[in-house]
Design a protein around this ligand. Structure first.
Ligand SMILES: [Zn+2]
Length: 450
């Protein structure tokens, strides 16, 4: 079936195109022009760009019967689709919800709302190797079990290894280098939620970047707004630039909000967090329904942390000016860090990409081309994906058509799942899967392996 997208302004940063032209699709790929089309989409006045790539998000869980919990409106992957994302990179911060390569097999068996790529989460393999104390170092046997598991996951198509050094403080540089070793053989990426933030972010970044340089693989630093967004961003980006001088494949990602989100039981909230952020308990929102809207107090924090460590939280502590500064740096990609617990959580899951397009492009901070580059060509390059994030002939026909006049995020902290405005069409593999905000097909996504 041949499909033609007509009259739109095509922005394809990977090939430097910004012009009104037609896009032809045949057999799931971008094709050369043909004589006639079976279907025509009129994109007059709209922007046509590659489907977006979210290089940092967290996948939906798998139920007890072995099915993805990804097919209703509370699914993170459905939120991705609402934002115009067509490839979501899951398994970040060292966390997987399931064996990451088996997860890719499930996606191919059942389909998913978007294409799914996976990182092998170091923390998941650490736990599977029997290292259940996150504050304790792993034994040599545990390290070699982790490394073997990670190597197999990479061979089965995971695009790299993610670390949550913050969440597994018992790990040292040797554990990091050893378990990321398989990436060197296969030239795959490492990404990390580094060990510490705020005033300690510099030492934490050096620890990770020094280890990454020794491995000689592409390096991703996760959600830098929540790492250096407390007055450190300018100096932090200078530090990154120092490392980037010889290594342009050191990149960062950032979500466009001044609040972070993590579970209440995580090490982020270990003793000392109030001093680290210079705040009180009132900055914290507990996302569990029974506590939603209640101001947090010390008593509530201690009780819920003991009883429901999985309770999602939103913590309003970062400086917006630091987050804005991050997006001015050429190596910072837009990524959501989306994570939801049964539809509860942070609006970044359903708002990130439209928010950058409206806030930073309409606000004059980024050009439209540069914003789209940070959502398509740059992550594709960093991940080594040659058929994603571009609209040249032969590329996978994952396409987004949006209205630059109407593009707007609508998700808020009280209504995190409110879908954005202005997303008119999303195509995955040449198939229309969303039109005017309505999902037409929740199973067109497949695994993306490398
Ligand atoms: Zn993280």
């Amino acid at each position: 079936m041949k499909l033609l997208i007509q009259n739109g302004t095509v922005i394809d940063p990977a090939s430097g195109v910004h012009a009104v032209r037609d896009v032809w699709i045949d057999g799931g790929r971008i094709s050369d022009p043909a004589e006639r089309a079976d279907t025509v989409i009129d994109a007059s006045g709209k922007i046509v760009c590659p489907g977006l790539i979210d290089i940092h998000m967290h996948e939906d869980p798998v139920d007890d019967a072995g099915h993805l919990e990804a097919f209703d409106e509370r699914s993170v992957f459905a939120c991705m689709l609402h934002m115009g994302v067509t490839t979501a990179v899951a398994g970040n911060c060292g966390e997987n919800k399931y064996h990451p390569a088996d997860y890719l097999d499930l996606v191919d068996r059942d389909g998913a709302p978007v294409n799914v790529a996976m990182l092998a989460g170091h923390g998941w393999f650490r736990h599977a190797a029997g290292c259940t104390d996150r504050y304790a170092p792993a034994t040599p046997e545990q390290r070699s079990r982790m490394t073997a598991g990670i190597e197999e996951a990479l061979q089965r198509g995971c695009l790299g290894v993610s670390f949550g050094i913050r969440y597994e403080p018992g790990m040292d540089a040797r554990e990091l280098t050893e378990t990321a070793g398989p990436c060197r053989k296969q030239q795959k990426l490492i990404s990390a939620h580094i060990r510490d933030d705020a005033a300690q972010v510099f030492a934490a970044a050096r620890e990770y970047l020094d280890a990454g340089l020794r491995l000689d693989v592409p390096i991703q630093i996760s959600h830098i707004g929540s790492m250096a967004g407390f007055g450190q961003m300018e100096a932090f980006l200078r530090l990154v630039d120092g490392y980037r001088r010889d290594r342009p494949d050191i990149c960062c990602d950032c979500y466009p909000y001044d609040a972070f989100s993590t579970s209440l039981g995580s090490t982020t909230y270990d003793e000392g967090w109030l001093e680290r952020y210079g705040c009180g308990y009132d900055v914290l929102e507990l996302c569990m329904e029974s506590y939603a809207g209640q101001p947090c107090t010390e008593a509530l924090f201690r009780r819920v942390r003991a009883e429901h460590p999985d309770c999602m939280t939103v913590c309003h502590v970062m400086r917006q000016a630091d987050v804005d500064l991050a997006y001015r740096h050429e190596a910072v990609m837009v990524a959501s860090d989306a994570t939801l617990d049964r539809g509860q959580g942070h609006p970044r899951a359903c708002g990130t990409f439209p928010r950058v397009l409206s806030r930073y492009v309409c606000g004059g901070v980024l050009s439209m081309d540069d914003a789209i580059r940070r959502m398509t060509a740059l992550p594709a390059w960093q991940l080594g994906l040659t058929r994603k994030g571009r609209l040249s002939a032969g590329a996978d026909a994952d396409v987004l058509i949006f209205d630059p006049e109407r593009i707007q995020d609508n998700a808020t902290f009280s209504e995190p799942l409110a879908p954005p405005s202005g997303i008119e069409w999303v195509l995955i593999g040449g198939k229309p899967v969303l039109r005017d905000g309505v999902i037409l097909d929740r199973r067109a996504g497949r695994s993306v392996r490398g």
